[in-house]
Structures are given as structure tokens and as C-alpha cells.
Design a protein around this ligand. Sequence first.
Ligand SMILES: Nc1nc2c(ncn2[C@@H]2O[C@H](COP(=O)(O)OP(=O)(O)O)[C@@H](O)[C@H]2O)c(=O)[nH]1
Ligand SMILES: [Mg+2]
Length: 202
Amino acid sequence: MSADRQQDRLEAAFLTSAPSLKQCPRDDIPEIAFAGRSNAGKSSVLNTITGNKKLAKVSKTPGRTQLLNLFSLASGGRLVDLPGYGYAKAGKQAQEKWQSAVNQYLSHRDNLRALVIVMDIRHPNQPLDQELIEWAEASELPTLVLLNKADKLSFSRQKQALSKFLNAYPNSRYLDALAFSALKGTGRKELIDRLMYLFDRG
Ligand SMILES: Nc1nc2c(ncn2[C@@H]2O[C@H](COP(=O)(O)OP(=O)(O)O)[C@@H](O)[C@H]2O)c(=O)[nH]1
Ligand SMILES: [Mg+2]
């Protein structure tokens, strides 16, 4: 991997979709997983850091939305797009399926290095987000929250939302957050640097 090389986008290619942990490829390459409520902008975030609009198209393919979508980075490492949670129209069964696939992956994937949780900055820290954050903290898994759609708020409101969010977790040692805008590119460079750092520290 290339700690010394500054990157302004992560070159990525679709690797495979897996319905559950069992069908995931061998865990010999470090992975960083992306999670979040449906519509928070997870696909848009992946697009903006990879500079590839086709990536999200892959995860939007009907039937693939309930799958774990894996992308290989040219610089080494993989990004894993986890199925979005909390979609109101998804039935109870679909929600349970999400939970079991995601729980399995998060709990047992040995090459998982970090978690990125995408939230809408206007409605952050919903119950399922909180559950995931508390689980990650207990698991000592580095977690970066993106308060996405920051372009919807003034700069001072963004700062406010960010401190309010972080103040909700005063004792967390593994959590950090950034105001982000997939639309405007806010936080993009910082996210790429942090991902590279998380991969490099192995
Ligand atoms: N204003 C704004 N809209 C965004 C941003 N990111 C995503 N969206 C919009 O939010 C909606 C859901 O985005 P998508 O990436 O499909 O969310 P996903 O379900 O989490 O993958 C789409 O209409 C996007 O265009 C952002 O940073 N700013
Ligand atoms: Mg998506």
C-alpha cells in the first residue's frame, strides 16, 4: 500500500456481491466497511471518493441492495458497501435479513479494519446508528461517522451538528466524525487520507 503517495481519488473496481459472510472472498486483504441508513448517501460517498459513478450503480442493481458489495482498491485493500438499514418500506423480514448478514460480517470478518457510518447531518444518530456505534466501540473497531449532506446546512450549523454528535459519545475511544458532502466534495480529501491511514496501519 502507498502511505507515501497522496491520492485524490481511490481507484476502485467492483469485485463481487455476497449474500452473507460465507460467500465473501478470502479474508487475506484488509477491508473497511461502509454502513448507514438507506438514503443517507452511502452510494454517493463511495462514488465521490472513487471518482466512479458506476460503482454506486452496481449497488443499486435490484436484488443487490440486500447484498454485501465488495470493491478492490488499486492501492490495496477493499471497500465493502453494506446493505442500508432502516428503510421504512422494507418489511420486517428484509430488516431481519439485513441484520443477520451485517451482524455476521461485522462480528466475524477478521480482516475488517474500520467502519464508516454515513448519516444525514440533519437527522444523525438514529437508534440503529447508535446501536452500531456502541457495538463498534465495544469491539474496539475504529469508526468514522460522516455527517453527510452538509451542503444542506450553513457552515456554523454544520459545526454545531458535529459537536452535538461527538458530545453524545464523550467516552468513546474509537469514534470520530466529519461533516461531509458527497455533492460538494466537502471532507472528501480528509476521508481518503483517513482510509489510507487505516489501511496502512494494518
Ligand atoms: N444535498 C445532498 N444530497 C445528497 C448527498 N449525498 C447523497 N445525496 C442524495 O441523497 C439521496 C440518496 O443517496 P444515495 O447515495 O443513493 O444513498 P444510499 O441509499 O445511502 O446509498 C440521493 O438523492 C442523493 O443524490 C449530499 O452530500 N448532499
Ligand atoms: Mg446505496
